[in-house]
Design a protein around this ligand. Structure first.
Ligand code: R5P
Length: 295
């Protein structure tokens, strides 16, 4: 017979913490309080519960660009950087072939594709199903959305389908707002695109920073926004953009070329972390970058 000593009502009252209320806190991320436990667990793997922010490393460019400059060998370019990123944003092909699972990093899995830079970029399809995203232990599924693009409706349909599958399995969706070559990256456009993505159910949204009115973009979007880096900038300028974006309401960055195309990728990634998580000024972080670069 099972040993029943010390079960239930025989225990000391102290063990039950009688009189001590269970601590209940609202979830720390904007717009995420009513998500399920699995979704919140995944969001907390990406966004630091301490700072409330994230530094994501994007190297999914090859899914439509092929071997981008300084990303010709994903293994050589990315493995040294991975320890300093909160999230790796990549395709399943890159993940399975180039990133050791022992790294145990949160992954934002690129889940749309089907086009190349030689064709119309908005003509994307869903390129990974939810079962494979779960098999890869993805913390998020990333979907490109082309508001105003030729295939706008189709890309919103991709987003909705991925959000629905993510809701079933507890995997958040990251909507990535693509800006066509003939469109202006201003607050009006970015506000429109990010708001549509959030209202369609994305748990967080990636967009570009704009110099005027970015705080309206973040305020008008009810879920966290992270910014893409865009084309390679001088390091100090990239750090200034990060600082302004965070100060104006972004909850993180998802940067690629400004990291892996830098002369000192580990140094700039650490400097970006100092701005995003540590609250450093761009100048302090740039000094850190230079010191690390010269070590
Ligand atoms: C582009 O479509 C990809 O989603 C990239 O991940 C994104 O543009 C971020 O990379 P970068 O900082 O180089 O712009």
């Amino acid at each position: 017979m099972a040993d029943v000593d010390g079960v239930g009502g025989e225990n000391d009252a102290a063990g039950f913490g009688i009189g001590i209320p269970v601590e209940t806190k609202p979830y720390f991320l904007k717009g995420s309080n009513d998500l399920g436990w699995g979704m919140k667990d995944r969001m907390s793997r990406m966004f630091s519960p301490e700072s409330g922010r994230t530094v994501m490393l994007a190297f999914d460019h090859g899914y439509f660009l092929g071997p981008t400059s300084k990303l010709e060998r994903i293994d050589l370019a990315i493995r040294p950087l991975a320890p300093f990123a909160d999230v790796l944003m990549c395709t399943r092909g890159a993940l399975r072939t180039c990133i050791p699972p022992t790294y145990n990093k949160a992954v934002s899995l690129r889940c749309t594709g089907g086009i190349s830079v030689l064709k119309e970029l908005s003509d994307e399809v869903i390129a990974v199903n939810i079962q494979d995203a779960v098999r890869l232990n993805a913390s998020a599924m990333a979907v490109q959305v082309h508001i105003g693009g030729v295939h706008e409706r189709n890309t919103i349909d991709n987003l909705v389908k991925i959000v629905d599958s993510g809701m079933q399995y507890g995997v958040p969706t990251l909507a990535v707002t693509a800006v066509g070559r003939d469109m202006v990256r201003d607050a009006r456009y970015l506000g429109l695109a990010t708001r549509i993505c959030a209202e369609m159910g994305a748990q967080f949204v990636k967009t570009y920073y704009c110099d005027e009115g970015f705080e309206k973009v973040t305020a008008g979007c009810p879920v966290p926004i992270v910014i893409a880096g865009g084309k390679k900038l001088p390091e100090l300028d990239a750090l200034k953009m990060c600082r302004r974006a965070i100060d104006e309401g972004a909850l993180g960055v998802d940067m690629g070329r400004n990291i892996f195309q830098s002369d000192a990728p580990v140094a700039i990634l650490k400097a970006v972390r100092a701005v995003v998580h540590g609250g450093e000024t761009p100048e302090q972080a740039f000094e850190m970058y230079q010191t690390l670069k010269n070590e």
